[in-house]
Design a binder for this molecule. Sequence first.
Ligand SMILES: [Zn+2]
Length: 120
Amino acid sequence: MPEPELVARCHCGRATIRLPRKPDYVNHCNCSLCATTGWWGIYYASEELLIEGKFDEYVRSDLPPDERFLKVLRCANCGNPTHWVPLSEPPYERMGVNARLVDPALLEGVEVREIDGRSW
Ligand SMILES: [Zn+2]
């Protein structure tokens, strides 16, 4: 049997991110942004990913400008948060993908890390 395709797909299916391999771990973070969007984080270099779709973006407006380091992208149609990238020019050594959009069966056995982002 061929390996199942590792892909993050938004609710409506218009946004997809193809992943090169299982992540080493999944971050479950309790910061205000992750908690309110239901975000689980997995990480790759931008060159490893094939990202397709139309996206809106959000930069945290509750932080002072010098503490804003990334923008979160979401499907322009269904609004699912799909990935985040640094506020610099690509390529990115490390960017985040929303593991919630990956079939949970494909992430079975991957280490879960509880991150106390709320306390930062
Ligand atoms: Zn969508």
